[in-house]
Design a protein around this ligand. Sequence first.
Ligand code: AMP
Length: 285
Amino acid sequence: MLVFKKVADLQHWLNAERRAGKTVGFAPTMGALHEGHLSLVHAAKQECDLAVVSIFVNPTQFNDPKDLEKYPRMPEVDAALLMQAGCDALLMPPVEEVYPPGLELTVRLDFRQLDQVMEGVFRPGHFIGMATVVKRLLDIVAPQRLYMGQKDFQQLSIVRDMLDQLRSPIQLVMCPTTREADGLAMSSRNLRLTPAMRAAAPVIYRSLLEAQADFVQENATTVQARALEKLAAAGLRPEYFDIVDGISLLPVAQGADADFVVACVAAWAGEVRLIDNLVLKGAPG
Ligand code: AMP
């Protein structure tokens, strides 16, 4: 596996590979890698000649400076995991490589309600920061396929919309959420859970499964209220448990109202904010 710190060096290598006819699959990450991230690499390796991964803790998508400061960083372990997973190239750039001073890169697209609901309510500015870094990394890597996790469902919806708006030929591939044995969605943030909160956190997935079963018969308001109660009873502090259309992210009142319905949840487990989601009806794409 080749490791690049400089954008120009990665591009030089990629250009040569492309001239040799190689296709490129790309997975952007913020590091502290787990099996969920590695599943993106495996998917990229299956469908493309080369798998490229970036590790960049993007300052512009952190609305809370404490969260940025506490974000786990373990570059050596990450590089070893990526090598084992068959990753071909890793980009680990310093901030000034991604955001060269004097260059204005902020994405100015209108995502309508997509970046206003759910995470958008609780993390103002987060999605513009995320879209900006994804656009910048896509401009650098220019892959055929972009691999992202369902775990961050709203993020994926916004990236899909961005690619549409930009008329981008890049194909977005949604990879299923990888979970721990007890159902907790894998996340770099899980490393920061206290033992008590780690034990409580699987209630998030259980609340989603219960919602999936109940939504067949019951309306969204009832299902949502029960889920919020269940999360609070387990000692978590839920921010939202929303049942939404899987494309527009607008609220869905009952099953008959949409073909593709997703329940999305955010909850604090002690000092750690966790998100998860589950398809209640239909299938993506
Ligand atoms: P992050 O490093 O958290 O920014 O995540 C980088 C990519 O990995 C994003 O596309 C995430 O959706 C994806 N990802 C994170 N956790 C998981 C998971 N548990 N299962 C599948 N993909 C994931």
